[in-house]
Design a protein. Structure first.
Length: 222
């Protein structure tokens, strides 16, 4: 196994852990958001509090979510996705290609990218186990309504993993627009994965590919 392959395997494993913990931090009940005190909390405090919420929920409702993709899809759709700035992430993932894309193509890509995240998060949550995990958190407020939140994932018998969350509150609530694990950007990772298809076949071809892969995503209507 060469160095590049080892790096890719390590990245895939780290991204899986990243997705689990991102879902954890972004889970917040409607009651939590309705609380004005919580609404005024800093990004780091919100992250620390909501990690406990999702861990408890996945543990207490384990029977509901175990082996139930539709329930997990709905869970992610209702609780995780509203806290991600999907339009901004979509533009960042497409890079320069987004500048020349029309509104219809961008809307289609954003929709399918959203479903991709639902499918990926749900798959990761199906394997969720938060036992023995610690999350030391440090927050830094930046200029321009942005924040950087650093987290260390500490699991017994395993190396500590460093994570960084980039957030902004330009449209009101704090939203995540990029996540890094050990310095590797999740947005940049998707951009690298999609770049050849976009360059050689265009955004529409990428959308069609994602639509095919996302065909099994089902979100229950409640």
């Amino acid at each position: 196994m060469n160095t590049q392959t080892i790096h890719q395997v390590s990245l895939c494993r780290s991204v899986s852990i990243l997705l689990l913990l991102t879902a954890s931090l972004l889970m917040a009940s409607p009651q939590l958001h309705a609380d004005s005190d919580v609404a005024n909390q800093t990004p780091g405090t919100i992250i620390a509090n909501t990690i406990d919420v999702i861990m408890t929920r996945l543990t207490t409702d384990a029977e509901l979510y175990q082996g139930n993709p539709e329930a997990l899809h709905t869970l992610v759709s209702e609780t995780v996705l509203p806290h991600l700035d999907i339009p901004r992430i979509s533009r960042m993932v497409l890079g320069k290609a987004s500048r020349g894309a029309d509104k219809v193509a961008m809307a289609r890509f954003s929709d399918q990218f959203r479903l991709l995240l639902i499918r990926t998060y749900a798959s990761s949550l199906n394997q969720f186990s938060g036992e023995g995990v610690d999350f030391p958190i440090q927050e830094k407020q930046l200029d321009g309504g942005k924040a950087s939140v650093d987290m260390k994932i500490q699991r017994p018998g395993e190396a500590t993993i460093g994570m960084n969350f980039r957030m902004h509150n330009k449209s009101g609530p704090w939203l995540v627009y990029d996540i890094k694990i050990e310095g590797i950007s999740l947005v940049a990772n998707y951009r690298a994965e999609f770049s050849n298809i976009v360059r050689e076949q265009g955004i529409e071809a990428l959308v069609d590919l994602l639509q095919s892969k996302n065909s099994d995503v089902k979100v229950a209507v409640r």
